[in-house]
Design a protein around this ligand. Structure first.
Ligand SMILES: Cc1cc2nc3c(=O)[nH]c(=O)nc-3n(C[C@H](O)[C@H](O)[C@H](O)COP(=O)(O)OP(=O)(O)OC[C@H]3O[C@@H](n4cnc5c(N)ncnc54)[C@H](O)[C@@H]3O)c2cc1C
Length: 287
């Protein structure tokens, strides 16, 4: 339960953090809220020799509107998302999802950037980011680049971050007014990671689904965009048959691990149920 020894660095700018990450190489890790990294260090599943604490970098915090997008600094905490009127109004599904993460103590420290950069299939925000069509801003030794959240996740704890790169912000397109949304998460107890979860954002026209996006959490090594499931409900009034088709299409792309949260077939089954529940609630809340 005691982490290995490490050197502590506290840069004041993104440029300094990138310089440190580049020069220290694989032995260095950024430290955000520490609520995934430090437990891993205590279990000796992570043994970085250098921690680059991001808390001294002012520019990494905050929530701002940029045209049709909301831009959120990587060091913005989950608690700050919950406290933001802008998020409550423009991205209510982000508010709903943040509230389903752990408990207030974790949310006071845990950041959105740490949650999405971590690469843990159990984290809730990555599937939501791909559902919303978000992109991530990365700064590295040779400059900055933007990458779609859907292209960021490559395997469990394996992302598109290149050596020396830091995630600095997430940019999220604001869904149209009146959109329906839901994040349905099955967990074993309050504060737990998902056994299975589904995010849905949709719009309706003439009583039928006109656009739909569905993301899945902890049902594969990476978050999944369930495009076939979304196609199954577009143009329908979400009758039983189309709901079942969507669940089947989503289950077909799931490949969850068999672990303490249940065997593979169980997790795929409840994954399908989360998809149906999220679709129904999103449909009923959209105007
Ligand atoms: C009891 C408990 C229950 C939890 N339950 C849930 C849950 O239900 N759902 C859920 O989603 N999460 C859960 N978490 C995890 C929590 O949300 C973490 O806070 C989050 O996963 C990581 O955010 P962090 O800011 O703490 O990042 P850290 O732990 O500091 O970092 C996580 C990883 O991301 C890297 N990193 C961090 N910031 C950056 C950056 N800006 N650029 C590049 N790399 C970066 C770090 O180097 C590290 O590898 C739980 C945690 C605990 C302790």
């Amino acid at each position: 339960m005691i982490p290995g020894q490490f050197s502590y660095h506290r840069p004041a700018t993104v440029a300094d953090a990138v310089k440190l990450l580049s020069s220290l190489g694989d032995d260095a890790r950024p430290l955000a809220g520490g609520h995934s990294l430090v437990p891993m260090m205590k279990l000796r599943l992570a043994t970085p020799e250098h921690l680059i604490d991001l808390h001294g970098i002012d520019g990494l915090k905050g929530i701002r509107r940029d045209g049709a997008n909301i831009v959120i600094g990587a060091m913005t905490t989950q608690h700050e998302l919950l406290a933001s009127a802008e998020i409550g109004q423009s991205l209510p599904i982000l508010h709903e999802t943040a509230l389903l993460i752990a408990d207030p103590q974790v949310r006071y420290r845990g950041t959105l950037g740490g949650n999405v950069a971590n690469g843990d299939p159990g984290n809730d925000m990555p599937a939501l980011m791909i559902t919303l069509g978000a992109s991530y801003r990365l700064e590295g030794p040779t400059g900055g680049r933007d990458i779609a959240a859907a292209e960021f996740y490559q395997g469990a704890y394996f992302t598109a971050l290149e050596p020396g790169e830091l995630l600095t912000a997430m940019s999220i397109p604001v869904p149209p007014a009146g959109h329906g949304y839901a994040y349905e998460k099955l967990k074993r107890k309050v504060g737990d990671y998902a056994t299975a979860a589904a995010a849905v954002v949709l719009t309706k026209a003439g009583g039928k689904v006109s656009t739909c996006s569905i993301g899945l959490t902890n049902l594969s090594e990476t978050p999944l965009l369930a495009e076939g499931a979304a196609r199954a409900v577009i143009g329908t009034s979400l009758d039983d048959a189309s709901l079942k088709k969507a669940a089947a299409a989503a289950s077909a792309i799931m490949s969850p691990a068999a672990d303490a949260r249940g065997p593979v077939e169980y997790r795929k089954h409840v994954g399908g149920i989360m998809v149906m529940r999220a679709l129904q609630r999103a449909f009923s809340t959209s105007s």
